[in-house]
Design a protein around this ligand. Sequence first.
Ligand code: GLN
Length: 284
Amino acid sequence: MPTVLDQTDAADRIRQVLTRATARLHRVSDTPELDAGLLLAHVLDKPRSFLFAHGGNAVAPAKRAAFEALVERRRAGEPVAYLVGTWGFWSLDLAVDARVLVPRPDTETLVETALSLLPTDQPATVADLGTGSGAIALAIARERPNCRVLATDASRDALAVATHNAERLALDNIDFAEGDWFAALGDTRFDMIVSNPPYVAEDDPHLTALTHEPRAALVADDNGCSCLRRLAEGAAAYLVPGGWLVLEHGPDQGFFARHVLGRCGFRDVRTDQDLGDRPRVTLG
Ligand code: GLN
């Protein structure tokens, strides 16, 4: 008696569907195989490991059509994170869409740096300026239940995503406020201010690959330096004495960031490296 598998055209099996999609994604993605796997797992509503364990299973025509549509959108440059609707950051599964930047692994360096400075056994207050999806603020809130985190953004759309993520994660030691940089802080002083501001220069060629993400979250004037400078210049008025400012920046902005923090009176200024050993986070 033939099994279902025997009746399936080989071309419609998971393994072949993935191989063909991977080939089509080579031009647009550095991780075509991963992208194809994430998209197919999403369409089939299974973990990605299922695809490898069941590579001989047939993909039903409706599922294949849905998958092909997502592969086409990926080919047109949409990030996988937007297509599947969630993205892993730190230990968190975050809802993301085109209203916010996709959380980057490099930003986990900022979370690590912040956590290394925050007490584990005493309360502390942290402000995350320009929170986007809430990635940094939520990771800190999750790791430090004794801390109170205020996450701000000038974009009401971004705050809607971040608030939704806080609800999904059932975190209640986090608050949200709308406003541009320090404008959202009122007259409170914090033990720590963290930010991953826009820092890409307007003419950075790397932007052509990021056209689906909010430009306001990526690009800053003055060769990408304007927001970093503004944060460094304004932060002291919102920090307790001895408080920390922790900023993410581009790998070529470490010298600038140390210089501007030093000029603004910060002490113990240093730069931490990201996962690729590039200067990424400056603190003082
Ligand atoms: N690290 C991001 C990128 O280069 C930029 C993030 C930002 O501007 N804050 O894609």
